[in-house]
Design a protein around this ligand. Sequence first.
Ligand code: SF4
Length: 257
Amino acid sequence: MIGREHRLSIATLTDYHLQDFIRCPYQFYYFHIEGKITTQSDWRKMVQFVVNQVVSRYYKLPPISQTTKKVLELIDDHWSAIEVRQFESKIHYYKALANITDHLVQCLTTERIEYPPLFLYEKFNINMDELGTELSLTFEVAEWSGNSFIIKKYLVDTDEEMNLLFNNMISVFCEKAFGQLPERIEIYSLMEGKKETFIPTKKDVSGGLEYLNMIKNLLQEPKKYLKTDSLAVCKSCSYQKRCYEGININPERFNSQ
Ligand code: SF4
């Protein structure tokens, strides 16, 4: 059980924090609340950093230079900062490199980018009286579309819960900040090569507010945090030792491939 019993006060709900909280509340607590940085880096965060750099640089290129060769060069430029030891194993490292390369090439080069994006990795903050906090969100890519806009997120990996978080956050934020919902939200899961598309409606705004309120209440109560039940998340976690201190657990749980 987490030692701290006090209630947290939340001034800003940030997409980055909420994403970590949804992955595992305990991991979120060790990293963001206790501020315990471990020597072992989180491979997912390192790879996400590379993806962000590659996508951002690609979208700034003139259309004639937006080619497969250029995507490969950009990945090569940024991937060199990543070390094998940051992954679960060598196999995991090479799988990640192959999957991210393959799927980034597909996502970026399939459609021709005619106009510069409306937003490119821009962070926005807005005061939400309805939540009693600020909401902070980074728009990776927003593109014009007829009368509206399309939001694209390029993530290392994602799941249903994460997609629900982003769909809710984006719907609530866009309605409040721009008075308009995006035509659609596209979320790319680059390890799997999957794309999920959401068409937000006004119902998603009221539902999204309820959802964010619920997450805020959960975040404020560390003593009620639950550990993730995803073995895949635990296997890559740099807090395994801290998390299972004093608990007799079979190390094979984390080591099997
Ligand atoms: S080991 Fe698993 S449950 Fe513990 S903090 Fe890490 S991800 Fe969460």
